[in-house]
Design a protein around this ligand. Structure first.
Ligand SMILES: Nc1ncnc2c1ncn2[C@@H]1O[C@H](COP(=O)(O)OP(=O)(O)OP(=O)(O)O)[C@@H](O)[C@H]1O
Ligand SMILES: [Mg+2]
Length: 460
C-alpha cells in the first residue's frame, strides 16, 4: 500500500508540474481533528450546495454574481474560468477512528488556471469565504438541539449526534421577573462575553463561560435560558445526561456542538448520581468481581467505564473549554445546589452562580406589568408585605395573575393573588410548629458534606 500511495503522489506531482491548472483543496476538518473547518462550511454556504448534489462528481460552480464581479475588477474583457468539485474520501487503512462515519473526509477543490493564481488567492477566495459567512449569518435561525439515539449516529446521513428544531421561545429578559439589579449584572456579563473574543484571547482563556442557575422549582431557571438564547441569538443544545450512555458518547456530543451556542444540562443533581458513584463502586466491587468471573470473557469489560461519571463530566467540560473552538456558554440548573459536588461548580467551571429565588416585590411588579399591564394599584402595598413574609414562586404568582377570561379583570386577578398569599401564610404558620426535629438532620448533612469535600479535594 505504501508503494501505491507513493506512486499516486508521484503521478499527482508530475501532473501538477505539466498541467497549466492549479487546485486549492478545502477540507471539512482541520488537522487537529477536533475542530470542524469553518472555511469548508463557508464555501458550502457560498455554493449553496445541499446534500443531494453531494454525489455529483463534478460541480460547475455558479460563479454568476460574486466571481464575475471579481474577474471584471481585474480584466474587463476576459472572464476567469474556475471549477468547483466536491469529494468524499475514506481515510487510509492505518488510521484508527472510533466511528467509521466520522472518519470520512469531505473536501471542496477549486481548480483554475495558474495565471489567475494571485487573483484567486488574494481576491476570489477571501470573497467566497466572506460571502459564505454572510449567507450563514443571514439564514441563521435559532435552533434547539436534542441528542439522537446513539444507534442512529452511524446510520444517518452524516452520522450526526444532534438533531434540531426551530427554537421559538417568547421569553426575554424584559419579561423575566427577578431583582432588576441582578438582571442588569447578568445582561452586562452576557454582553461582555459576546463581544469578548479579543479579551479572552489576550488573557489566555478559552472563550467559554459557565452559568449555574439554582433555586426552587418554578422560579424561572428554564425561562432564563430561553431569554439568554434570545438575547445572544445563540443556539441551544439540551443535553439530557441520563440518555448519555458513556463518557465517550458525552465527548462526541460536546465535540459536535457548534460555536455561538448554549449547552444546557438541566437538573444536574437528578440526571446523574455524580457524588455517590465512587462510594458505591467500592461496595459493589466484591459482588461484581464474582459476577465477572461467571461471565464469558468477551462480556467482561468494566461496566463502570460504560457510564457517565463525574470525572467524565468534568473532563469533557474542561476538554470542551480547551479543545473546540470558542463562543460556548454552558448552563447547569439545579434545585439543590448543596447536593452538587464542589469540584463541578467551582469558579472556572461555573463562573457565574445565579440564585433564582422566590418572588420578591420587584419581580412581582414585572409580572403585574406583563400579565395585567398595571404598574400601580392600591393592593400593591399589601402584596409587598405578604411577599416579604411568605415564599411563593414566580410561576405561582404568574398563575394567579393570569386572567381567567378574555375580559381582563385586573382587580379580580390581584385579589386572587392576595388570597393565595394569605392561604400560603396560614399554611406556613401551621408548618413551623413541626419543623424543630429537622435540625439534627441538617447537622448530619453538613458533616457528610465536609467529609465529601475532603475526599474530593484529595482527588482534584
Ligand atoms: N422569574 C420568572 N419570570 C417570569 N416568568 C416566570 C418566572 N419564573 C417562572 N415563571 C413562569 O413559570 C413557568 C415555569 O418556570 P420555569 O420552567 O422557568 O421554572 P424552573 O425554575 O425552570 O423550574 P424547575 O426547577 O421545575 O425546572 C414559566 O413558564 C414562566 O411562565
Ligand atoms: Mg426548569
Amino acid at each position: 500500500f505504501q508503494l501505491q500511495d507513493y506512486l499516486a503522489a508521484l503521478a499527482a506531482r508530475l501532473h501538477s508540474l505539466l498541467s497549466p491548472y492549479a487546485t486549492i483543496t478545502i477540507d471539512d476538518r482541520s488537522d487537529d481533528y477536533f475542530s470542524r473547518s469553518e472555511a469548508f462550511f463557508d464555501v458550502e454556504a457560498y455554493l449553496g450546495a445541499s446534500p443531494c448534489n453531494a454525489h455529483a462528481r463534478r460541480l460547475r460552480a455558479d460563479l454568476a454574481d460574486g466571481a464575475d464581479r471579481m474577474a471584471l475588477a481585474v480584466d474587463d474583457h476576459e472572464g476567469v474560468a474556475m471549477w468547483w468539485r466536491k469529494t468524499k474520501a475514506l481515510p487510509r487503512a492505518n488510521v484508527i477512528t472510533w466511528s467509521p462515519r466520522n472518519a470520512e473526509r469531505r473536501s471542496y477543490h477549486l481548480t483554475f488556471h495558474r495565471r489567475h493564481r494571485a487573483l484567486v488567492e488574494n481576491a476570489y477566495l477571501p470573497h467566497v469565504l466572506a460571502e459564505g459567512r454572510a449567507v450563514t449569518v443571514r439564514n441563521r435561525q435559532r435552533r434547539l438541539f436534542t441528542k439522537n439515539p446513539a444507534a442512529d449516529w452511524a446510520a444517518s446521513e452524516d452520522g450526526r449526534a444532534w438533531s434540531h428544531v426551530k427554537l421559538d421561545h417568547p421569553s426575554t429578559f424584559a419579561t423575566l421577573a427577578m431583582d432588576p439589579a441582578r438582571k442588569q449584572e447578568i445582561l452586562d456579563d452576557l454582553d461582555m462575553f459576546r463581544d469578548g473574543k479579543d479579551y479572552y484571547a489576550s488573557v489566555g482563556k478559552a472563550w467559554k463561560r459557565g452559568y449555574l442557575l439554582f433555586g426552587p422549582p418554578g422560579t424561572g431557571k428554564s425561562t432564563m435560558i430561553a431569554a439568554m438564547a434570545n438575547f445572544l441569538d445563540y443556539d441551544v443544545y439540551d443535553l439530557e445526561l441520563t440518555a448519555v450512555k458513556s463518557n465517550i458518547e458525552l465527548r462526541r456530543l460536546f465535540i459536535e456542538t457548534t460555536g455561538k451556542s448554549i449547552i444546557v444540562i438541566e437538573d444536574i443533581d437528578c440526571s446523574i448520581d455524580l457524588t455517590g458513584k465512587r462510594k458505591r463502586k467500592k461496595k459493589k466491587a466484591k459482588t461484581s468481581e464474582k459476577k465477572k468471573k461467571m461471565m464469558p470473557p468477551w462480556e467482561r469489560d468494566d461496566e463502570e467505564e460504560k457510564k457517565v461519571t463525574l470525572s467524565g463530566v468534568l473532563n469533557f467540560i474542561d476538554g470542551l473549554w480547551s479543545a473546540c473552538g470558542g463562543e460556548r456558554i454552558i448552563v447547569f440548573t439545579t434545585n439543590h445546589k448543596e447536593k452538587l459536588d464542589p469540584a463541578l461548580i467551582r469558579r472556572g467551571r461555573m463562573d457565574v452562580h445565579v440564585e433564582m429565588s422566590y418572588c420578591c416585590f420587584e419581580a412581582f411588579k414585572v409580572l403585574a406589568k406583563n400579565y395585567l399591564g398595571v404598574e400601580q394599584h392600591e393592593v400593591f402595598d399589601e402584596i409587598r408585605r405578604l411577599l416579604g413574609e411568605v415564599e411563593m414562586s414566580p410561576a405561582d404568582v404568574a398563575e394567579n395573575l393570569m386572567p381567567r377570561s378574555k375580559r381582563k379583570d385586573v382587580n379580580g386577578c390581584l385579589e386572587r393573588l392576595v388570597k393565595a398569599l394569605h392561604e400560603a401564610k396560614l399554611a406556613v404558620g401551621a408548618g413551623t410548629r413541626q419543623s424543630k426535629k429537622s435540625t439534627t438532620r441538617t447537622l448530619t448533612l453538613t458533616v457528610t458534606r465536609i467529609q465529601r469535600r475532603r475526599r474530593i479535594s484529595s482527588r482534584y
